[in-house]
Design a protein around this ligand. Structure first.
Ligand code: G6P
Ligand code: MG
Length: 212
């Protein structure tokens, strides 16, 4: 019996990809090259240092570990400045309603995000109190596609994986949910999200009674 839903943040609850793109583009330009929106798709759900490594590889640049740390910190400072103006209007359609419907049915909610900025973003969106547990990149050793983050979410809710449903927009995130042994709801294009058990366009299409 389903007891909880564990959500990804970026691309499911809110769209931060556009802010990550601006900050990564600035970094690329500092180093003398450009990234485009198509390349940005590859960074969705990918942690900060892994993203930086992909970008450097794309630009054919190699940096020392210290330089990488420095560039990643600078990118994050820029990103933090961009998200400072986020508010409830940045919630994707249906996100708040889905979280509220789950709680109204007496079920639990969790967040499993690769972003270390996840708690700050939840606060800006005004939905921190709609999550019973939050697992972000600071608390896991292996990022998505490893199942660790969703396994930890279920454990923190004191539930087994078969009692939880994971919701994700990225292929790496769906891999993480499926390898954790959970039912997976994909958000996006069914032709791309083939790992998902079901795919919807967005949380505005989330209908709790389909899953419980
Ligand atoms: C999410 C985003 C990625 C981002 C990652 C780390 O998964 O989709 O684009 O790189 O979080 O975010 P952070 O805020 O910790 O740099
Ligand atoms: Mg995502």
């Amino acid at each position: 019996m389903i007891q909880a839903f564990i959500f990804d943040l970026d691309g499911v609850i809110t769209d931060t990809a556009k802010f990550h793109f601006i900050a990564w583009q600035k970094l690329a330009q500092r180093l003398g090259f450009d990234i485009d929106h198509e390349f940005n798709e590859k960074l969705k759900g990918v942690g900060r240092m892994d993203s930086l490594n992909l970008i450097l590889q794309h630009g054919g640049i190699s940096l020392t570990e210290a330089e990488k740390e420095n560039e990643a910190a600078r990118k994050n400072d820029e990103y933090v400045e961009l998200i400072a103006d986020m508010n409830a209007s940045d919630l994707l359609p249906g996100a708040r309603e889905a979280l509220e419907a789950i709680h109204a049915a007496g079920l639990k909610t969790g967040l499993a995000s690769a972003s270390k900025n996840a708690p700050a973003i939840l606060a800006r969106l005004g939905i921190s109190d709609l999550f019973d547990t939050v697992v972000d990149a600071r608390f896991v050793i292996n990022g998505k596609p490893d199942p660790e983050i969703f396994l930890k979410g279920a454990a923190q809710l004191n539930l087994s994986v078969t009692e939880c449903i994971g919701i994700e927009d990225a292929v790496a995130g769906l891999q993480s949910i499926k390898d954790a042994g959970m039912y997976a709801i994909g958000i996006g294009d069914p032709a791309v999200l083939t790992l998902a058990d079901t795919v919807i366009d967005g949380l505005h299409q989330f209908d709790l009674k389909h899953y419980i």
